[in-house]
Design a binder for this molecule. Structure first.
Ligand code: TYD
Ligand code: MG
Length: 484
């Protein structure tokens, strides 16, 4: 027997299942209805209830979902029964990929040049980070380009949205606002209005009648995304969906959501600071390593065209031990970022390792190399490593900067503030080359740096900046100390 992938009801309330049992005979129930438990955090599925999700470790996150056999399914949705036939690859005609610029340069950058018509884009981020703001601004800009936009607000009322639009100085004749939470109504309005772009604010707040669980549950998110995907593809309408992020940093709801959409963009940044970052995690139509940088002002989000000034202007003007500037290559644009380290004797039985903006295991590995290959004893020292500016550095080229920040703090010397540090560290203390060295050096020169410590294998001639090529970590530390 085949089971339908459309979940008709879902509930962690056992009585719901009991009702179905009443409805059907026991044998019918056993034969036609299958139940499973789904983790609301990660989408993990299992046959029985578990207190803790074995996949993501969340407690009490499993809810029961009941799946009907195909025959029992009361509403077979005809529109989903695809009447199209398979086509030969050679006969497929490629229509021109139509991209619509959002007129917001940083947003276009991550999208790979604009919104692709008929695509489904997910923007995820913490509450209050500015998701609604950027999409309302984008809607305003799209309308200026004569696009018809439908903004479905499932969280805010029309007047709240109007107030926000006034604050953002958005005046448009083409922008439709629709406060609605029921997916079927939204679908009808999209079909009536046939807009070019639809914004759904947010996926966790809308629900479909096909699913009996509450809005925001795994099944609801899956069902609504499925419907939206279908609308986007069949009507060639671009749909941008807002998704909230859980405490753990995942998009609330299943991972399937990320798999279903074409583009996943994370909106990051410190809520208490003014800058924000858009980062593409998945993009079927562009590069995923791009970062878009914005500043939140009283009149909305503004693009930051020279992010290096923003990240470095917070830097203290007095040189202090434990600070190093690295050049990470995020997407097509190198970023200069300050890494700070603090090393001090620990008052605890086990020394602390605290990191912010870099992967802790990466830092632990660098500390192990510093101990073993450089002879720096950190076994009784607390080590704190912080990436300034609230951004995350995931690139290994920041290794050498982290190592120098720690080593110089431990030895109480300063890294010359006019120097940038680039290089990946291997376990034997050797420095591995990095990609795009010319681009990184160019950015350093443009930002006013005079010297660069780079991997030996990357050495190049550049009269604009003093190059110090290093083969091993100890050479880089010596170069810093001897420059005092
Ligand atoms: P919002 O877009 O509502 O966040 P989200 O949709 O991600 O939950 O942004 C809310 C925050 O942005 C709020 O704290 C106020 C601030 N804000 C500004 O600073 N300036 C502005 O022009 C706007 C519209 C919001
Ligand atoms: Mg919002």
């Amino acid at each position: 027997m085949t089971y339908s992938p459309i979940y008709l009801l879902s509930s962690n309330n056992i009585s719901y299942v009991a009702n179905i049992k009443l409805f059907l005979s026991y044998n019918q129930y056993m034969a036609k209805v299958k139940s499973k438990w789904v983790c609301t955090e990660c989408g993990y599925e299992t046959a029985g209830y578990l207190g803790k999700c074995p996949e993501c470790g969340a407690w009490g996150s499993l809810v029961e979902e009941v799946q009907f056999a195909s025959k029992l399914q009361p509403q077979v949705q005809d529109e989903f029964i695809n009447k199209e036939k398979p086509e030969l690859l050679k006969d497929i005609h490629i229509g021109e990929e139509v991209r619509v610029s959002t007129n917001i340069s940083e947003f276009d950058r991550i999208l790979g040049g604009g919104l692709v018509q008929g695509s489904l884009v997910l923007i995820a981020g913490d509450p209050g980070i500015g998701k609604s703001t950027i999409l309302l601004q984008t809607s305003g800009e799209l309308c200026k380009n004569n696009k018809k936009v439908l903004y479905v607000s499932a969280e805010e009322s029309a007047s709240q949205l109007k107030l926000r639009a006034q604050r953002l100085s958005i005046t448009s004749d083409n922008l439709y606002v629709y406060p609605q939470t029921l997916m079927e109504n939204i679908k009808n309005q999209i079909e009536d209005l046939t807009p070019d772009v639809v914004v759904i604010d947010s996926i966790q707040a809308i629900y479909s009648q096909n699913v009996a669980s509450s809005a925001g549950s795994v099944s609801q998110i899956r069902e609504c995304t499925n419907l939206l995907m279908h609308i986007a593809k069949s009507k060639n309408i671009t749909i941008v969906v807002i998704g909230h992020v859980t405490k753990e940093g995942n998009i609330a709801g299943p991972k399937v959501l990320e798999h279903m959409v074409d583009t996943v963009i994370y909106f990051e940044g410190d809520k208490y600071k003014s800058y924000r970052m858009l980062r593409a995690m998945k993009n079927r139509f562009g590069n995923t390593s791009e970062v878009g940088i914005f500043e939140m002002n009283s009149d909305g989000l503004k693009c930051v065209t020279n992010p290096n000034e923003l990240f470095l202007n917070e830097r203290s003007q007095v040189s202090v031990p434990g600070s190093a500037i690295v050049v990470t290559n995020e997407g097509t644009r190198p970023l200069l970022v300050e890494i700070q380290a603090l090393v001090g004797t620990t008052p605890y039985p086990t020394p602390r390792r605290v990191t912010n903006g870099v992967d802790t295991s990466r830092v632990l590995q660098i500390l192990a190399v510093l101990e073993k290959r450089v002879g720096l004893n950190l076994s009784k020292q607390d080590v704190y490593v912080n990436v300034m500016g609230g951004i995350d550095v995931s690139e290994p080229s920041a290794d050498l900067g982290i190592a120098l920040a720690v080593a110089t703090c431990a030895r109480d010397v300063v890294v010359d503030p006019q120097t940038v540090i680039i290089g990946e560290i291997g376990l034997s203390g050797e420095i591995h080359p990095v990609n795009n060295i010319e681009k990184r050096l160019n950015e350093a020169v443009m930002t006013g740096f005079k010297k660069a410590i780079i991997p030996y294998a990357n050495r190049i001639e550049d009269e604009r900046i003093e190059i110090v090529p290093v083969k091993r970590l100890i050479d880089a530390i010596t170069a810093c100390v001897s420059a005092q």
